[in-house]
Design a protein around this ligand. Sequence first.
Ligand code: GDP
Length: 356
Amino acid sequence: MATATETKNLRTPIVCVMGHVDHGKTSLLDKIRGTAVVNKEAGAITQHIGATEVPLSTIRSLCGNLMSGTVVIPGLLFIDTPGHHAFTTLRSRGGALADLAVLVVDITEGFQPQTIEAIKILKQFKTPFVVAANKIDRIQGWTPTKNGPFILSYNKQPDYVKTAIETRTYELVGKLSDLGFSSDRYDRVRDFTRNVGIVPISAKTGEGIPDLLMVLIGLAQRFLEENLRMTVTGPGVGTVLEVKEERGLGFTIDTILYDGVIKVGDTVVIGGKDKPIVTKIRALLKPAPNREIRVEERFDRVPKLTAAAGVKILAPGLENAVAGSPLRVAKEDSVEAIIKDVEGELEKARIVTDET
Ligand code: GDP
């Protein structure tokens, strides 16, 4: 268990939402945001460039009395570009950018080709994940309890509905077993380091989302206490999500910062089309909440950011930057060494991509 001082150094885990097309990835993220708004917790959710941060206080309010015990992580940062592409192209040093994943499966359709593909990726990167068995509201006879915990809703259903849920959940258990994972419905899992938890949810009614968030927090704590220690004062390290030309600004990169600190004026090394780009940060931009969409006002400028965060970076020479490549802050005397590191990381990423 982390001590009180260690706890301060735990950064927000990065969560990727994966699954077959139309199984509900986007709806799930929208529902988490939407429910928090209804619960008057909107102010607590922070919109980043390319990500949404759900702080622990919001998760606690969504989970109600489901959640107990000490939680040492500050919240969860969901990557807003769900899907495999994001996962396979976005890397951190030595692995996938995401610390955790939610694999969304439509419970009425079961595993589909992209579900299997996602599991193979998660296995390759040894990423802890939870299965969200979505669309339980579409099981015939299901009576919803809006935004409630799954177990509460489940206990109110007639036996034939319970049986339908059980049967479909065990179909998922069977498929996961074929792919080398032992799993069970989350409330029957004792050790999430050995078994994958399956949480039945509905992104439409919100049922099961409290349970899902609770399992994610539990997973994050069990698996990641070691990895999440961040060097709060160290140089920033990130991954480029997208390269975009913004009207009135020029070329920018949307970046997920997963370690350290980044400041305006910092020298950064970024993966480029032919060779790494070395440039100086002109501005760090965050989405401006609730403003009119006027180009100059769409973003707020911030002097400095700490991981984990999503940020739009403005700097000269970004037109050749490559999405999915690393970004590293370099001190004057370390630029050459960092260029070599970035070249090495790009090379490794190429090899892994070729293998997938
Ligand atoms: P994605 O492609 O995985 O991001 O899937 P979407 O979130 O776009 O969802 C695909 C379709 O399924 C949309 O029409 C959603 O409204 C619908 N959908 C998603 N989740 C649920 C759910 O829990 N229940 C029901 N009934 N429909 C859902």
